[in-house]
Design a protein around this ligand. Structure first.
Ligand code: NAG
Ligand code: NAG
Ligand code: NAG
Length: 471
């Protein structure tokens, strides 16, 4: 009996180990480098596209690209992990590591881990094979959701993508999924409006005052300067067998490698992930949310304005359908962009808005733990945001005010928007809310010398900002 209790106690102590190769559920939300499959895992498999009394008439869909290779500027540091790995293996071999430690399975995976030589400058930033296939699959998912809109007729489509390799590959993959043939053979209607798709890249004043400003990272830096963060660094270091704290930049590279690995192959275990406890991974996720919140979200008054051309593109498309008496083409307008576009649009629509701002100090509060602003949920690899126009019967039993309704879906789940019901919005409300944003869309400030309202002043200012938003 005593022996049994001892075993139990030992088992409890071992429970502190991090183990990716063990049976425990892993934490798989990695901010903007989350695999699409992990995002909707715990949600019911609903069919939000079926709306009683309504027929879909047109779809506007913004897609982020799928999983990518590391960028050129990330390659040297990540490659350096090979040498670092040798040190970790040596630590384990020499018995330096203290509890909690990596489990044996992970240790042996790490020993066998090798840098893939294809991850080089030639392919930096490109879609991975998996990213390409996931994009193809997603196109087929949309066909199964909206077969009357995503047809075999190329005149039903308008595609918009930037000219860079990654965007054209995404377009290529998506259309390969739609048509099961090479898109260049089809000569599909398309447009390469880079300013529309990369709003963060064409606004010098925004880049100067917000995008590249240190002030934008202030809350993230506060979070990372906390005692808790330093304690986490010590824990990670000792988990890897070091008797001193390793450089924080190395820890960021390990996190980066961990989340890339999990995005490249969702079935594989990444031994780099076992450097982290679940709570550590939640902290890294929060740190990125703090960054995106102040860069692209409600933490900046200016940023949501950058998305007005996207809203205008959407509204112009819908006006054409709503105002015409006869069916119009195209019925599917499909755009390919990057994470900033998806996040900026989410904010401009009023989605994922919390009652209180995220700050470096409130990680442990309930609102921050259950926050709606989440980079993982909004902009994973293959993240997408769809607006679908429905024609409904306003005199039916379902209480629609208008003949036209718009359904908003983020990553195939209904979006919670302030002026809508479970993602479904009356056209008259959309015309007021989004029509207004589209009409007033003006990016002249982008070339101005005047300093933009960067980060919303915290405390009183930010509180007032949120109150105003909520009103
Ligand atoms: C990258 O790897 C590919 C395939 O292994 C190779 O053909 C190419 O030359 C490499 N590029 C560079 C810049 O090393
Ligand atoms: C911004 O932060 C970086 C890195 O911490 C630093 O090198 C740079 O000097 C800072 N710039 C300003 C304007 O404070
Ligand atoms: C560091 O590890 C100790 C011992 O397992 C644990 O009690 C503590 O919560 C950890 N700290 C952080 C910040 O994760």
């Amino acid at each position: 009996m005593r022996c049994f209790l001892l075993l139990l106690a030992l088992a409890a102590a071992r429970g502190q180990d991090t183990c990716q190769s063990g049976p425990e559920a892993q934490y798989l939300l990695f901010g903007t480098k989350t695999a699409y499959n992990y995002v909707n895992r715990n949600l019911p498999n609903l069919n939000p596209q079926n709306i009683p009394g309504c027929q879909p008439k047109a779809i506007w869909l913004l897609n982020r690209h799928g999983a990518t290779n590391p960028e050129a500027d990330e390659l040297p540091q990540l490659q350096h992990l090979t040498a670092f790995r040798d040190n970790v293996v040596k630590n384990y071999h020499d018995g330096y590591n203290k509890e909690p430690r990596m489990c044996l399975g992970d240790q042996s995976l790490l020993t066998r881990w090798a840098w893939n030589p294809r991850q080089n400058l030639t392919f930096a930033g490109d879609l991975t094979t998996n990213g390409y296939m996931r994009t193809e699959e997603l196109a087929q998912t949309w066909v199964s959701r909206y077969p009357s809109l995503l047809t075999d007729n190329k005149h039903d489509y308008m595609f918009k993508f930037a000219k860079d390799k990654r965007s054209s590959e995404s377009f290529h993959a998506f259309t390969a999924g739609l048509f099961r043939s090479r898109p260049e053979d089809l000569d599909l209607p398309h447009d390469n409006d880079e300013k529309l798709l990369k709003p963060d890249k064409f606004c010098p004043a925004w880049s100067r005052d917000i995008g590249d400003s240190n002030e934008t990272l202030r809350q993230r830096d506060i979070f990372e300067s906390k005692h808790e963060w330093a304690d986490m660094v010590s824990n990670i270091s000792s988990r890897l067998g070091f008797t001193y704290d390793i450089d924080r930049s190395i820890i960021k590279n390990i996190y980066q490698m961990c989340r890339y690995n999990k995005a490249w192959d969702i079935t594989q275990i990444s031994p780099w992930c076992s450097a982290f406890s679940r709570e550590d991974l939640r902290r890294f996720e929060y740190a990125e949310d703090l960054e995106t919140f102040y860069k692209y979200g409600y933490g900046s008054e200016t940023s949501p304005k950058l998305a007005c051309p996207l809203i205008k593109d959407m509204m112009d498309f819908f006006y054409k359908h709503v105002n015409a008496n006869v069916p119009q083409q195209p019925v599917s307008q499909i755009l390919f962009g990057e994470a900033p576009a998806v996040l900026l649009l989410t904010g401009a629509l009023g989605g994922r808005r919390d009652d209180a701002p995220l700050t470096g100090d409130n990680f442990h509060t309930v609102p921050a733990q259950s926050r709606k602003w989440s980079s993982s949920a909004a902009a994973p690899f293959n993240g997408n945001l769809a607006a679908v126009l429905y024609k409904c019967n306003p005199n039916g039993n379902f209480g629609y005010k208008d003949r036209h309704q718009i359904l908003f879906l983020q990553n195939e789940q209904t979006m919670d928007l302030p002026f809508c019901k479970v993602g479904l919005c009356e056209w008259s409300d959309i015309k007021v809310r989004l029509g207004d944003i589209a009409n007033k869309c003006n990016l002249d400030f982008c070339n101005g010398a005047a300093t933009l309202n960067g980060v919303v002043a915290l405390s009183v200012g930010l509180f007032a900002f949120f109150v105003r938003y909520l009103a």
